[in-house]
Write a protein that binds this ligand. Structure first.
Ligand SMILES: [Zn+2]
Ligand SMILES: [Zn+2]
Length: 136
């Protein structure tokens, strides 16, 4: 949907369409009505990650997200400064855009990845831990 200041909470930094506010258990984020990318203020991404069903807000198709992933040069929707590309310290394949002052942007599907990969990682280390316990 074309961005309209009266209807939308933010203008998508990636595709310039309107973003709408969506809430899950008290964490409100902005999601693009077009590319389904998600904007997180401050530490909202981590707060949402800790909620069991937080990934339900990430409704986009990862295939669409990847299409947009190449549009790396985006500007912060709040201050207009060029955002920095950053990768998750634990999951290097996940790239997102960060404004140090305002928050971060993830493409459709990236948040799910962000959330579940880490569960998988935690699971892996659990298995490793168990093995260490039963090892002679
Ligand atoms: Zn968008
Ligand atoms: Zn900013």
């Amino acid at each position: 949907m074309e961005y309209d200041a009266g209807t939308h909470s933010l203008k998508c930094p990636k595709c310039q369409h309107g973003m709408e506010e969506v809430t899950h258990e008290g964490v409100a984020i902005d999601r693009c009505t077009h590319c389904k990318g998600m904007w997180f203020d401050g530490d909202e991404a981590h707060r949402l990650k800790d909620l069991k069903d937080g990934h339900l807000l990430d409704i986009g198709d990862p295939k669409d997200g990847w299409k947009w992933d190449s549009h790396a040069d985006i500007k912060c929707p709040h201050c207009g400064k060029q955002m920095e590309k950053a990768s998750d310290s634990k999951q290097k394949h996940i790239w997102y855009e960060v404004c140090p002052d305002h928050g971060m942007f993830m493409d459709a599907g990236e948040f799910k990845d962000f959330k579940f990969e880490s569960l998988l990682d935690r699971f892996r280390s659990l298995i490793k831990g168990n093995r260490a316990n039963i090892a002679p």
